[in-house]
Design a protein around this ligand. Structure first.
Ligand code: CA
Length: 402
């Protein structure tokens, strides 16, 4: 006679490996133990943790390798659009009294707060809908960045308790950032503030809470009151790229002596302030000198393109005009193209590093060395002319260069 119990066991054995691969259950015991040792509530250990679900999409997004390098123009133009500038100007008027108070209290001008809000979620237009707890749990149970995401997951647990939140209201990006200004749970707990005085800190629904929290975060990152983020500049003819792009941090007065002016051609202030030259699109694109607050912006998101976009969006919201030199349209480079470029530079004995398809500092330095040999402006930037000079054909790289 057929024993239904053995059938059940067999079925369980057959399906369990598949379930196992897609579940977080192997991580529950460690998390529960840690939660107990931290004194988190029974609700967290016995209900929230065993209810956490694996989100395959989160790992897909985490593993997604960029196929192309993003050009500065495509990054910048989508983030600093006319529509976003207009909306930012309207919002600065709408929230004027709050923003004035925040500038007084935290030292960060209104246009920057609005610019961060614009870049992070298009002023609250897309805050993300993924379960924050499940997203963080998926990443915390994955070996790649386990420690970071475990810490964020436990900050999220603490948020549930401290803010008396239901797990279902905690939604945001696939990487666990939440609310109007996309704070990670760790930053939420450390820097989020109740801006509207209703006794709750709610970055999902309260604009005053989100803007006050952004101001507090920037203040804590070390915002220098009364200083700009940087400015667009004009480089002189015969600018010594090779020397200066490698050593790009100097005082403003040194830059002035080297012939740099404002974008409009006016004298730079002759001050001791340190300024770093940034050429996000090479010598054919805009040039910027960036100051200490640029590093503060990078403390929010470690990307030069991001920081330039925040800075310029803030300027535009504040009434400034367009860049004097528009970012030139540049072809996207595929990883394969960059690899071909790197191989060719190695053959020429100009590069020691790994052929990884990434335009890092070592590759840029090798490009500069080649450009100098060829009498091309040595800005370290992969212009189409570089590919031509290296005899890399479209067939080699698999993608049209122009
Ligand atoms: Ca509030």
């Amino acid at each position: 006679m057929y024993n239904w119990k053995s059938l059940l066991v067999c079925t369980a054995l057959i399906i369990s490996p598949a379930l196992h691969a897609n579940s977080l259950s192997e991580c529950y015991p460690d998390w529960q133990q840690k939660a107990r040792s931290l004194g988190l509530s029974k609700d967290i250990t016995e209900s929230v943790i065993p209810g956490l679900e694996h989100l395959p999409r989160v790992l897909e997004l985490d593993r997604r390798q960029p196929e192309f390098t993003v050009s500065f123009s495509s990054y910048f133009n989508t983030r600093v659009s006319e529509q976003r500038i207009e909306r930012g100007r309207a919002l600065i008027e709408e929230h004027r009294s709050l923003l004035n108070r925040l500038t007084q209290e935290y030292g960060v001008p209104a246009q920057y707060l609005i610019a961060f809000w614009g870049l992070e979620t298009n002023y609250g237009g897309y805050k993300g809908k993924m379960s924050t707890l499940n997203a963080l749990a998926t990443l915390a149970c994955d070996p790649r960045r386990k420690d970071f995401f475990t810490a964020q997951l436990f900050d999220a647990f603490s948020m549930l308790e401290e803010l008396k939140l239901e797990p279902s209201v905690m939604v945001g990006s696939w990487a666990g950032a939440v609310g109007h200004t996309q704070f990670m749970p760790g930053n939420y707990r450390r820097f989020a503030v109740d801006g509207d005085g209703d006794g709750k800190i709610d970055l999902w629904n309260s604009i005053p809470d989100a803007l006050t929290s952004a101001a507090n975060f920037l203040n804590n990152l070390g915002w220098h009151t009364g200083e700009r983020w940087g400015r667009e500049v004009r480089l002189p003819e015969n600018f010594p790229y090779l020397e200066l792009v490698e050593q790009r941090k100097r005082s403003l007065s040194e830059w002035q002596q080297l012939g740099l002016t404002t974008a409009q051609g006016n004298k730079l202030p002759a001050e001791d302030m340190q300024a770093t030259l940034v050429l996000p699109a090479g010598h054919t694109g805009p040039a910027f000198l960036v100051y200490r607050n640029f590093n503060v912006i990078m403390g929010w998101n470690r990307s030069e393109f991001y920081a330039l976009s925040v800075g310029h969006l803030a300027d535009r919201i504040n009434g400034a005009g367009r860049l004097a030199v528009e970012p030139p349209e540049q072809p996207r480079l595929s990883i394969a193209q960059v690899q071909v470029l790197q191989e060719r530079l190695k053959e020429l004995g100009l590069m020691d590093g790994e052929v990884d398809g990434i335009l890092g500092p070592a590759t840029r330095q090798s490009i500069r060395a080649f450009q100098q040999q060829q009498g091309i402006i040595p800005d370290g930037f992969p212009h189409p002319s570089l590919f031509k000079a290296l005899n890399i054909s479209q067939a080699d790289s698999g993608e049209p260069v122009h």
